[in-house]
Design a protein around this ligand. Structure first.
Ligand code: PLP
Length: 399
């Protein structure tokens, strides 16, 4: 395959791998799955751990969280770490909490919500499997029902998706669970427009923004949703385990973490900041991930990642005589392309391809199936460069 465009920044690419522990023998094209933590963020986490261990009880009980039973010395360390994160997503600190991961945030919201028998929870067929399972679990305990709407895909756009989701809202819909950025198809969904329609009908919205922080610019209050969850440990360069949960002020009283502890009924900050004894290192080191991204240049990083992955998607599909499933504006640093049917159509074929890429070619990438086609989720981070995608294309081979 020929190289027809140049990348926008010479500072990004393979040389950036020195900031990560990633094995240089591996072509890592799967930043979206579990992230990859930069060395300096791990260093910050390690420094926090050492600080904790100098006086563990004082740090974890008297300095960490503002909970009535414990006498707080100075400002809460959890709230102090959240402050720059809140600024990053343009939210009030009081409306945010750290959670371990997107799954934990989704569980808190769905398990707290007061569903009644006959209520419907609307999900989409591009929702993350474990999130949909959580909705099903909650439905099975409350007598509610999960309804799944199929998104128009491929050959789609934001307006068609918006209309499909809004068209599926019914008289019994109590909550819509929708992705900000879908896992299988990597689409950025028009959540603000959809949330406005939900609000007008009195339907609550829970947005799964697992992939959004770091990858796309965020203004959480402006979305007009009720609940929003996003991982910092994917694209925001934080240590694992680290995610955020945002809730509209009027929703916070009825929202509780899955783990009830000393902060129970004392408000979102107290309830979420202290959930038994645990390691707060990933949360407290999360601002270092933001600092690293700012140093790289947020706009430059996003532009580089997007242009690299979009170029790969367009050149791959052109070579196969197909097209990218949605317009460029619906993608950030990941684009899912559908392989021609000659590559196979089943989950087994997808797994075989994923294994072949990993074990024979040392390429880590996300392979799945959507609608009877093998899907390849291309992802670009600043340590990737065009030659990584050329290697992937060559390894896929002609069919
Ligand atoms: C869209 C989406 N939601 C939720 C999750 C779950 O994230 P976590 O495993 O960090 O809880 C993922 C993970 O990949 C995801 O892609």
């Amino acid at each position: 395959m020929s190289v027809t465009t140049s990348t926008p920044s010479h500072t990004f690419g393979r040389s950036m791998l020195s900031h990560w522990y990633l094995d240089p023998a591996l072509t890592y094209l799967n930043h979206g799955t579990v992230g990859a933590v930069p060395k300096r963020v791990l260093d910050a986490q390690r420094a926090i751990t050492e600080q904790i261990e100098r006086e563990p009880a004082r740090f974890l009980i008297r300095e960490l969280a503002d909970v009535k039973q414990f006498v707080l010395e100075g400002p809460s360390r959890m709230r102090a770490a959240l402050a720059p994160i809140a600024e990053f997503v343009r939210a009030r600190v009081d409306d945010l909490a750290f959670v371990d991961n997107a799954s934990t945030g989704v569980n808190a919201v769905l398990r707290s919500f007061d569903f009644a028998p006959g209520d419907e929870i609307l999900v989409t067929d591009h929702g993350y499997g474990a999130v949909t399972m959580t909705a099903e679990y909650v439905a099975s305990r409350t007598g509610a029902r999960v309804v799944k709407v199929a998104l128009p895909y491929p050959d789609t756009d934001a307006a068609r998706i918006r209309d499909a989701v809004i068209g599926a809202l019914g008289a019994k819909t109590r909550m819509l669970v929708i992705d900000h950025l879908t896992a299988p198809s990597a689409l950025i969904l028009p959540v603000a427009e959809i949330a406005a329609a939900c609000r007008a009908r009195g339907i609550a919205t829970l947005v799964d923004g697992a992939h959004a922080p770091g990858m796309i610019d965020l203004d959480l209050p402006a979305l007009g949703v009720d609940f929003w969850v996003g991982n910092l440990h994917k694209w925001a360069m934080s240590p694992r385990s680290c995610a955020i949960l945002w809730a509209a002020p009027e929703r916070q009283k009825a929202l509780h973490p899955a783990v009830i502890s000393w902060g129970y009924t004392m408000g979102m900050a107290a309830e979420f900041d202290l959930q038994g004894t645990r390691d707060p290192g990933p949360y407290l080191a999360a601002p270092e991930g933001l600092a690293f991204m700012r140093e790289l240049g947020l706009d430059a990083m996003r532009a580089y990642n997007h242009s690299l992955v979009w170029r790969a998607a367009t050149e791959f599909t052109r070579a196969w005589g197909t097209s990218v499933p949605a317009p460029e504006s619906m993608y950030g640093s990941m684009v899912t392309v559908l392989l021609p049917e000659s590559f196979g159509t089943t989950g087994d074929a997808a797994l075989a391809l994923k294994n072949r890429l990993l074990f024979e070619h040392r390429i880590e990438t996300q392979v799945g199936t959507i609608g009877g086609r093998i899907s390849l989720r291309l992802a670009a981070q600043v340590y990737n460069e065009w030659s990584d995608f050329e290697k992937l294309f060559a390894a896929l081979g002609k069919k």
